[in-house]
Design a protein around this ligand. Structure first.
Ligand SMILES: [Zn+2]
Ligand SMILES: [Zn+2]
Length: 322
């Protein structure tokens, strides 16, 4: 808004004005209701009333008109539309359900904000101040550093890969893990390729990039098993000299899953399961032990003679074949 402009109720017919819309956003976000018609860019009686309430609260001249002084105060004190919207998006992504992403700092957003602040150990005031904003941006940055994209699904994958409950929000335990040095998995996406060998699919039937969380979990399991010395674990698609053959490491297309006699709703179909192969019985036992121990909220299967199956289904599941 240019400095000379004055916004006020000029009577009917009300005309839309983008600056009025901005003012209404700031008012709503500050807890000053602009009335039933909401944020519509029209300066009517309700908006004037909200402006008066705002001015009274902040010790400004109470006239219901947005001039230089009031506008200056509003832009200095309040978060922008983009700030609030971005904050809401991140709250939802990290599991702090704040409802609709509408850039309005309403009741649900405030409650989610407080919950987030409590988890992060910062002052709980329900406001989007610098410390709160920095805390959520820090989480986002760390997630990217770990190689994850920033979506609700991938946050859940990260939480699950750390053996935490992916249904919960990314709280202090997740933050602790995010702050650790990222684990680089020995499992690459090319290791995950569907073992139908392009007979039925292009190798990545569920689309690319799904394997990341489960690959980190598989890596954690192997590293734990390796604490007592190198073990015999290997990636089936890289080295497959075992009897029977046809072991799928990661992705599996529907037809190959039938050939493989896989479970109908196998996590391999979604690209979120890994089989760790191991020919040595003692080493296999170690892998099974740590898979069960570390993958608290995932599926762990003793899948045949020489494979440990791992997925991050979000709930505990244990089974045995044969
Ligand atoms: Zn296939
Ligand atoms: Zn499997």
């Amino acid at each position: 808004m240019n400095s000379g402009k004055i916004l006020k109720d000029r009577g009917k017919p009300y005309k839309y004005d983008a600056d009025v819309e901005k003012v209404q956003f700031i008012l709503e976000n500050g807890g000053f209701s602009v009335g039933k018609s909401g944020i519509d860019g029209k300066y009517g009686k309700d908006t004037a009333k909200a402006v008066k309430a705002y001015q009274k609260t902040y010790g400004l001249k109470v006239d219901g008109i947005v001039g230089k002084e009031t506008w200056g105060h509003m832009t200095a004190e309040q978060n922008t539309y983009d700030d609030v919207l971005g904050f809401q998006q991140l709250l939802n992504i990290f599991g702090y359900s704040c409802g609709a992403e509408d850039a309005i700092f309403g009741k649900k957003t405030k409650a989610a904000c407080k919950k987030f602040q409590k988890q992060m150990g910062i002052a709980v005031d329900g406001k989007l101040g610098r410390e709160t904003w920095n805390a959520i941006l820090h989480m986002e940055t760390r997630l990217i550093t770990w190689g994850f994209i920033v979506t609700r699904w991938s946050v859940q994958q990260f939480i699950g890969a750390m053996g935490l409950n992916p249904k919960l929000c990314a709280g202090k335990n997740t933050l602790k893990k995010l702050n650790e040095k990222p684990i680089v998995s020995r499992f690459k996406e090319s290791d995950m390729v569907c073992q139908c060998n392009k007979k039925y699919c292009d190798g990545y039937p569920a689309g690319r990039g799904k394997y990341y969380g489960v690959a980190i979990m598989a890596e954690r399991i192997i590293r734990a098993a390796e604490k007592g010395g190198k073990i015999d674990a290997y990636i089936p698609s890289r080295k497959r000299k075992t009897k029977g053959g046809g072991i799928a490491g990661g992705y599996r297309c529907a037809k190959w899953n039938v050939d493989r006699k896989g479970a109908k709703s196998s996590q391999h179909l979604e690209g979120v399961a890994i089989d760790i192969a191991c020919d040595n019985k003692a080493d296999l036992k170690l892998l099974q032990k740590y898979a069960k121990k570390l993958n608290v909220y995932g599926g762990v299967g003793d899948e045949g003679a020489n494979v440990v199956h791992v997925d991050l289904r979000g709930k505990k599941s244990r089974w045995k074949y044969n």
